[in-house]
Design a protein around this ligand. Sequence first.
Ligand SMILES: Nc1ncnc2c1ncn2[C@@H]1O[C@H](COP(=O)(O)OP(=O)(O)OP(=O)(O)O)[C@@H](O)[C@H]1O
Length: 884
Amino acid sequence: MSQLGNLQTRRRVSPQTSEMDQEGPADPVEVYCRVRPLNEDEDESCCKVLSDQILQITPPDTSLAFRTGHRNATQHTFQYVFNEATGQREVFDRVSMPLVRDLFCSKNGLLFTYGITNSGKTYTMSGEPDNAGILPRCLDIIFNSIAELQAPRFVFKPDKTNGFEVQSEGDARVEAGKFKPKKISAKARSEMPEYSDILRLPEVRKVDCTVDEDCSYSVFVSYVEIYNNYVFDLLEDIPADSKKPPQSKGMREDARRQMYISGVTEVEVKSTEEAYEALWRGQRRRRVGHTQLNHESSRSHSIFTIRLVSAPLDSSGEEVVQDKGRVVMTQLSLVDLAGSERATRTGNQGNRLREANNINANLMVLRTCMETLRDNQGNAANKIVPYRDAKLTHLFKNYFDGDGKVKMVVCVSPRSEDYDETIHVMRFAEVTQEVQIQVEKQPTKLPVGYTPGRRRANLLYKAALKGGRQEDCDEPTSSAVHPYHLALPLLCVDKFLGSDSLNYTEFRVHLEDRAETRQRLLEESKRKETEVRSMIVSMSADNDALKARVAALESQLRKQDRLAKDNQDLGVLVKRKDQELQHSAQHRDKLQKSLSSKTAEALHLQLQVDTVMKKNANLERALDAFRSDHCDLEKEMVQSKEIARKEQKEKEKIKKTMKGFVHSEKEKFEKLAKEKRTQDQKLQQVMRMVQHPPTAPDRTPLTETDNLPTHGGRKRSISENWLNHRPTTTLEGATVLQPNIKKKKTITTPKPKHFKDKHSKYMLTHQELDVKGRTKTKLFKGDILESRGGGHSVRFTNIESLDTQSMSSENGQNNPTTSSRRSARLAKKSSPTLSVSSSMGSLSGVSSLSEEAEHTDVETRCAVGIMGKPGAPPGYCHMTTTDL
Ligand SMILES: Nc1ncnc2c1ncn2[C@@H]1O[C@H](COP(=O)(O)OP(=O)(O)OP(=O)(O)O)[C@@H](O)[C@H]1O
């Protein structure tokens, strides 16, 4: 672990970097965003590009975030946001062109495309036929830029330890002679038509920086994929008939502590077409491998690496310097990451789930690394960055340690269904943007000790040589002269040799001239050489001074660049801060609004509290009053209880007294009862005697005879016919009052025909209860007389009555016990009514005599009358003469 810790803080020292600036600037990871257009079958977009730097995402109703209450749209700031209509060229120019430029300035580059499945990562990285993405454009522009500066094939050779060897052009040619370039057959090409046309870029573009013409360049490409945390080489030569599945590669660290894939195939490519063929082969292998391993392309991370290898030309500008230490290698890694969606979303199982987990593990580690890097910068912490936890981060750890520029294109699917995943992507992007990479100092190029422009000079020289042979020797053109060639004047011997008159003297003179000229020229040459040498020395001094000046200017320029970059960063920061301020202002407004509403609410509540407190005070006062009342009542209750207790005591006293009284009364009563029983016995004896008299005339014991004339005596009545009118309500058992009449007809309801019969006497039995509940029985007796109109009338002659009192008081012969019993029964049965039929109308108006028949005038004598009315119950009442 300590070793890992060291990794983070250690700065790599490049063998070519002898002069390093003190401290490199911090370079943020640049994160771009690209929103793909909606497909035809997709109708709702949740993304909106607000400006070049801001993307707004709105949660749709169906999203989990919306359902869990996160309903506000979120805004995300990026280095640059490409909207749905942005073309591939613009994306390349903004994102990748600076990386390609860096390649020629000895700076490495790493570019990721990150996003969920189907968000446009592959489209952005590789593109489509006629719509090339970043990768083919990078290749194209590199080859366009180094077209005539390329070293012959095999001059540079990978040394298997992440470095390159240089060999002479002769050796390279020998090796090249054996090399057979791999050409894709038309049949194979037809299998993957999507890659066959991709290179047709409409324009020829070069990098917009100076490419060192005194260097020779070679391009190498490698293509690997990381699947389930294994690294597979996609350009490895595997025999066509091999049944073995692809073997994974290991990772190593080279002498410069750079991570590399051990044994990875690096293919030297001399043109865009060749590079693209390698890519194509890799894609094909990927497809075959995926079939063997049973996985899908989008489930693995693919890494296409372009290495630009260069070395300076020698002094003649002819060949590459045969020195390995002078080889410069820069690389650009283009990474198409697998879909970032979470395993749960895909609903995968088994292998697919493991696959998804591994993808996520790699991306998760990438995220953790970013977070740790950010924390280390922000809080000056020194946490260990877990690069080694995943192959992906392990391979690129040098980039994050400052060995190159890191960029990321976040691809966004605008589909509403993808909202929840897109938000995760945005969070990762935000973290990544905050990572600042401490850029390693760019090595100042060592002066190689050769004159610049030697390639061009060599070419010119070659061209001059070529031209000298062709043209006439007399007038060598200045343009064809080698700048360092001090040509001697040419001697045209032919004109002497070909003449007929051979003049040797002339020839000797000419030769002497020539020797003289030669001597002169030699002297001149020496002089010129000395001049040139001194010139060169002075030029070299000038050159050194110029170089120093250039270096100073370059460092100034770098500083300016840095300042400009800082300015730009500051601008971005200020913009971001402005937005944050806006947000916070909005938030503050919202808070103020809610505060004022809360204040109003609080006031309202305060009022309510005041009212409640007032009510409470009233209630407390009422409670006090109730309490004092309660005390009073309690006192009263105590007093009442005292009174009640006293009363109870008194009651008990009275009860005791009453008990004594009742007891004495009971004794008295029992004594009386005893006496009554003896009386009863006596009375019964009398009754027996009365009911069964031996001979004596029947005498109603209970009869109360008034002062009426005695023509209705008992003896007589025996021989007379009596109409005995006993209404149905008459109680049985009143026999004690019944006269002993033999000839009688008892009727309940009198009718005229009864009076037409031979009856001469009429007797009506009437019973009634008095106010004390005693039964009064009366016998109204009278004579039936024929009226003048042919009807009948009754003249009452006698009334006999019985009640308990009268019996006991008026007739000592009456049996009080019997009477009272009967009376009680009568009282129970019904009210006493005298029943007279409606036909008794003829009977009305007949006067009768009262018991106290002492009245002498009609008015008093007729005080009682019998009255019958149709439909009304019969009865009698006291009447006046006027009533009658
Ligand atoms: N910017 C764009 N303009 C037009 N079409 C696009 C764009 N981005 C993506 N597409 C289209 O969207 C579809 C999905 O894109 P692509 O295959 O690149 O997604 P991906 O993220 O690489 O998916 P995977 O993770 O499965 O590889 C393709 O048909 C592609 O043509």
